[in-house]
Design a protein around this ligand. Sequence first.
Ligand SMILES: [Zn+2]
Length: 389
Amino acid sequence: MEYLDEFYKEENFKVLKSYLLTHTVFAAYEYLDSDILNSATEFDSKDDLYDFYNDGYKNLVLSNHEILGVAEENAYMTFFIDDEVKKEIIDMCADIKAAYRSILEEEEWLSEEGKKAAIEKLDNLEFCVLKPDTLIDSSYLQVDKDASYLANFANLSISQRKHNLSFVGEKRVKGDWRYDLRPEIAATVDNAFYYGCFNQFFICSMGVNEFRPEYSYEENLGKLGAIIGHELTHGFDPMGIQYDKDGNMVVTDENPSGWLPQADYDAFMEKMNKVAEYYSNIKPFPYTAVDGNNVWGEATADIGGITIGLKIAEGIEGFDYDKYFRSFSTDWMTQVTLIGEQGDVNNEHPLRHLRVNTVLSQFEKFYETYDIKEGDLMYLAPEDRITVW
Ligand SMILES: [Zn+2]
């Protein structure tokens, strides 16, 4: 803010004016005619953007989504989210939370004090599934049927800005699901997230895609269940562990172990270093190794997702492990070019085949199910396995 003060001065007036003017024109070009769109994209020299916007229908849908935001979200949630499915997913989240609780209680490398703190964090974690119980009132977004498309865009943008500003200074309410202020958690987003700073977990429309009432419990547990377990484990990965049960960042120079006792934190980091070392030794391409310290959080979450699934399985008589492992693995099937995959090596998520093969190699139950023995390609000696939680 201090820096901004320095910038907002008489001598910068001309630059600020040009900046605002250019940005206003660029913000509006999607809503004007195709000549303006063509010159704007040319100026922007983004050929892919040009092709994209030339698809008029797609352009219209996406632009409307951007400006009608909450109103469109509400329509989606009302017409496309089945309350019964939401209920079933909430039940699965409860199973996963309970299984993780048992895992923490039984963790041999955690002290009693550490277990208590970890369980407190788990108990305080909020699950937000598919849509909030009460939809946000979208009446602040009004469309004037007689006004032009551009005028409506301008008015809606102003209304959205005013709406957002009305929350400045307000304290966050526990359990909030403000998709009007945080579009990244909108129900139409095909993803799931864990936010350490809120100790809050979201399953957006991914839940609808990954969970099917007609699937068996094993199949759903292998797909959405593994994702829920993955996100939950993020609360206890090297990044997530820095936040306490209320979402406060508590790891500091003065308090390097945060909410965990120092000895427990050290034991955790020792395990994490083993994960990093393990992944750093993987060479998916002759000259490219994985950077273990880049993927360790995602790798731990992937492994955690299966640890939790298998914990649930322990309590179910006749659990079909083959169905579970197959359902999990087939979820990662995809087609990717060699260049695409080489680029993905630098992503913080391990490559897709590693998200299956490396993860499943850590579990005795996987070996038992497929009769994998020492010398087989996916076999890992027990002392080399890297399960953290
Ligand atoms: Zn993740």
